[in-house]
Design a protein around this ligand. Structure first.
Ligand SMILES: [Fe+2]
Length: 333
């Protein structure tokens, strides 16, 4: 996929931004700024996690999440599952043992009691084995009840403390070929979602922050690159409505991209367990952060700020920033 479109080049949205600042303090003060704020609200997120052969990568990230939550005594309000939940066959559909082994038990309710809000990745849009439509299976598993798995529709909205979240299905028509295994939104579904998204953004909200999430990044330094359909359809809406944050997975790495004059911080957290990808664009060319590493992302919300932290599978905070309501980005690492 070609990375950029002329319209955006003219507007220079993709020039590396120097509008964000770095935290001026060092040492103990910096460590304090990096530590989670117990009085804030907390969400942990990751994408691209349900690998089918070897769960070593997934297990390492899940166990880092548990240790991190316990070490910081975090009460997590929710998990955000950023898509590509199930690679490979989901034999048995909603009765597949993978639900228990790789979701319910992997991310234990004793540590993460809140809902696990999920969106569709491209691997979730597969018929695998041929008799199992994974997309419909995930929706059915959510409807079944007695689970934290929360995926009420292909696109939906929900409210967290201080955040309105708009969850989208980024499997747009034209992004994949329709074949025996992979399929996508239909053109009609895609148009309906876009109209719904625009209408949802037009609604007044009392939430200090509105956050949008979709499996495919709009901009990515990873091998999948920038997404021309989402750039055409979604990016103008993010800009128009001053959306502070777009969350994605799909590229198997951790990223945080800023663009000059753009109100949105683009965060990719697709390192939840599937095999990692080499980056296509290094962070010194477009950043401030992109790394090929297993890990997850911690989002902390207060009425005044969002704080995002990328945590690797060893529990290290490898990148962090805050975003205030006026759009100012401050790097903490
Ligand atoms: Fe993906």
């Amino acid at each position: 996929m070609q990375p950029m479109m002329p319209r955006l080049d003219r507007r220079q949205f993709l020039r590396q931004s120097f509008a964000f600042s770095a935290l001026a303090v060092t040492g103990a003060a910096k460590a304090l700024a990096l530590a989670p704020n117990a009085s804030a609200h907390h969400i942990l997120m990751f994408g691209d996690w349900g690998w089918q052969d070897d769960v070593a990568g997934q297990s390492s990230v899940a166990s880092a999440m548990v240790k991190y939550a316990q070490a910081h005594k975090l009460h997590t309000d929710a998990l955000f599952m950023l898509g590509d939940s199930w690679y490979g066959p989901l034999t048995g559909g909603i009765d597949s043992p993978r639900w228990h082994d790789q979701f319910e038990q992997m991310y234990p309710a004793s540590v993460f009691p809140g809902p696990a809000y999920s969106i569709m990745g491209n691997h979730d849009y597969q018929r695998m084995p041929p008799e199992v439509n994974k997309r419909d299976t995930e929706l059915a598993y959510s409807r079944r009840g007695n689970t934290r798995w929360t995926q009420p529709a292909l696109w939906y909205t929900f409210d967290m403390p201080h955040i309105k979240v708009i969850a989208l299905d980024s499997n747009v028509h034209g992004g994949h070929g329709n074949d025996a295994v992979n399929f996508t939104l239909t053109e009609d579904e895609q148009a309906k979602q876009l109209a719904w998204f625009a209408a949802e953004l037009d609604k007044p909200t009392d939430a200090p922050f509105t956050v949008v999430m979709g499996h495919h990044p709009i901009f990515s330094n990873g091998p999948h690159g920038d997404h021309k359909i989402l750039i055409a359809d979604w990016e103008p809406l993010l800009r128009k409505h001053n959306i502070p944050l777009y969350l994605a997975g799909h590229d198997h790495d951790l990223q945080h991209l800023e663009f000059e004059g753009h109100p949105t911080s683009f965060v990719c957290s697709g390192a939840g367990g599937a095999d990692l990808y080499d980056l296509k664009i290094p962070e010194d060319k477009r950043g401030p952060y992109a790394k090929k590493v297993y890990g997850f992302t911690h989002m902390e919300a207060t009425t005044k700020t969002l704080t995002l932290r990328h945590i690797d599978a060893s529990g290290n905070t490898i990148h962090a920033f805050t975003k205030s309501r006026d759009g100012k980005v401050t790097l903490l690492t």
